[in-house]
Design a protein around this ligand. Structure first.
Ligand SMILES: [Zn+2]
Length: 583
């Protein structure tokens, strides 16, 4: 249970509010002259069952105990939390502030930076680096590029880096956590990378997060990467992004390659929008990073290495992107690195002729099958139809259905009938757990809680959605933490400043929302956002209407507002997101 929930559980809202105004019984609820505005007849209500309050008078607002204290004492959320925690006798956990955590990461970045410089100097100046130098030359990498990418060499020693960095004031513990040192079972540490060509990996801000290390003999595997660390997360890393970001934005196109060497050579030859995916499969995190720069993603993977399974998974990211992905088909057995080095014009030609990913999958699938046999026809349908089912855009979907019908020479209706038998992917089905004994009220809160979080995750993960959501009041969020995050979102430009803005007590919750996976959310994010917001508003208004009924007052505008909401929701595929949400 979070500290916030604990505070709410230990305090009774009636008792807290009772200290500011005189409450009188009114059925199951309590009523009072509003402590916020002056009035002669009470329009302020407290609902002990829901632990909430509402003023139906001039304020026309309400909320939970936090909202009350914030408004009454003029405090921000963090201050209100401290005041109420004190009242409730809840000890707030000491959490490192963002500044401290930033500092902590800073330590690892500094160690990595120092290591990169150390390795780089060795490559340039140490006689021991002859082999590494020879390899760099053989790959056609010139001096300028070696410097630009700060390529380096790690001595074949167990403690050269360790001693050097310790002398520079970095603690052994830091170096172990950063992944620069390796610690064995006896607790002894030694240099992780020995006798290798060192490739510093940087984040978009240019800070060294980790390293790729290439063997200089025939040993396998050829590459070894830094382990997961506070700065290095392979699945979210795009090699070369620090140097490519500006070009990706300018050209409105990113070329995703497989290896470090491909990217290094591409940049040397002026292909500045190239980055590498750290493996054959691109991840959703990587797509999310890239889509902030451009939605035009082109995969350049060498034909044999491009696993079909990985490609099939990649199709799903088109929905995350809301755009088509394309594939560069390289001549059999060639690396992008070789093609670029040999003939840049030929490379440009290949980029221009990049094929839509789904067309590429069609080719790959049918090349192995004999379309004159019934068995292979049905094999092609089994393989490709689920891919087509993933496409959200109805026109594109129809296009590929037609294409499939043509390829297998079966009429369109049969294909369509098969499509309708394919279940939508799990993410698109409402999560329902039947037969579970959840009390009605708890279930409702769970449902709205998760809807609140879904909406927040959509907003936080898609900065472009920051368009006129003004008419969704923060009060529509029942969960205190969610409401506070929504408030912070409205005021901050991006997730980083949002994290700085919110109280440390809810940062963990922010983190969970930022990392929440949104299955199927690529499917028209804007519409999902609107639907979600409308549902929250509707629930809020319904609750309000129920309370009004209880208090015996009549407020006709509520049902009207509900009707309006219903109408807005049914108008799907209407003009623009902005217009719809503002209506
Ligand atoms: Zn009031």
């Amino acid at each position: 249970m979070s500290a916030i929930d604990e505070v709410k559980q230990k305090l009774d809202i009636a008792e807290v509010i009772g200290q500011y105004t005189t409450l009188k019984k009114a059925g199951r609820n309590l009523t009072a002259l509003c402590p916020f505005h002056s009035e002669k007849h009470p329009s302020f209500f407290v609902y002990p069952e829901q632990q909430s309050w509402h003023c139906f008078g001039a304020c026309n607002t309400g909320g939970d105990v936090f909202a009350f204290i914030m408004k009454k004492e003029g405090l921000d959320f963090g201050e209100a939390l401290r005041l109420l925690a004190n009242k409730a006798g809840v000890v707030l956990p000491e959490r490192p502030g963002l500044a401290e955590r930033k500092e902590e990461k800073e330590e690892f970045f500094k160690a990595n930076d120092a290591a990169a410089l150390y390795y780089h100097n060795l490559l340039l100046n140490s006689p021991a680096a002859a082999r590494a130098k020879g390899y760099v030359e053989k790959r056609g990498i010139n001096t300028k590029t070696t410097g630009d990418f700060q390529l380096g060499y790690s001595l074949d020693s167990f403690d050269a880096l360790k001693n050097y960095l310790k002398e520079k004031g970095h603690s052994e513990e830091t170096l172990i956590t950063a992944g620069l040192l390796y610690q064995d079972e006896q607790g002894r540490s030694s240099d992780r990378f020995r006798g290798k060509l060192m490739i510093p990996i940087r984040d978009i801000k240019g800070r060294v997060t980790g390293f790729g290390a290439r063997v200089l003999d025939d040993a396998e595997p050829k590459y070894k990467n830094s382990p997961q660390s506070p700065t290095f997360d392979k699945s979210g890393t795009l090699y070369g992004i620090d140097r490519a970001a500006a070009a990706i934005r300018k050209l409105d196109q990113a070329i995703i390659m497989e290896g470090y060497m491909d990217v290094i050579m591409a940049h040397q030859c002026g292909v500045n929008n190239a980055i590498a995916s750290m493996g054959t499969a691109i991840t959703e995190t990587q797509v999310n990073i890239l889509k902030k720069l451009s939605r035009n993603l082109i995969l350049s993977l060498d034909a044999d290495a491009a696993g079909e399974e990985a490609m099939l998974r990649t199709v799903g990211y088109e929905n995350v992107l809301n755009a088509e992905m394309r594939v560069i088909l390289l001549p059999e057995g060639r690396d992008p690195d070789e093609v670029i080095r040999e003939d840049i014009n030929r490379w440009q030609g290949l980029v221009e002729k990049a094929k839509p990913l789904i067309d590429f999958l069609f080719e790959k699938t049918t090349a192995k099958l004999d379309m004159s046999t019934a068995r292979d026809k049905s094999g092609a349908v089994d393989r490709l139809l689920p891919v087509i089912a993933e496409i959200n855009d109805p026109i594109r979907q129809a296009h590929y259905l037609q294409k499939l019908a043509g390829v297998v020479q079966v009429d369109m209706n049969t294909i369509k009938a098969s499509l309708s038998r394919i279940k939508p992917p799990p993410g698109r089905r409402p999560a329902r757990r039947e037969g579970q004994a959840v009390p009605v009220k708890a279930r409702r809160i769970m449902a709205t809680g998760s809807r609140e979080e879904y909406l927040l995750a959509l907003l936080l993960q898609n900065p472009e959605l920051k368009l006129g959501l003004e008419d969704i009041s923060a009060e529509c969020f029942e969960n205190t933490e969610n409401r506070e995050i929504y408030n912070a979102w409205k005021e901050s430009g991006d997730v980083v400043s949002l994290k700085e803005r919110v109280d440390p007590a809810i940062r963990e919750h922010v983190e969970a929302i930022v990392n929440k996976s949104l299955p199927g959310a690529g499917n028209n994010i804007e519409q999902r956002c609107i639907d979600c917001a409308c549902e929250l508003k509707k629930t809020y208004l319904k609750n309000l209407a129920a309370r009004i009924a209880e208090t015996g007052e009549v407020r006709t505008e509520i049902p009207e507002q509900l009707k309006e909401l219903e109408a807005r929701k049914s108008q799907k595929r209407n003009p623009s997101y902005k217009e719809r949400i503002r209506r």
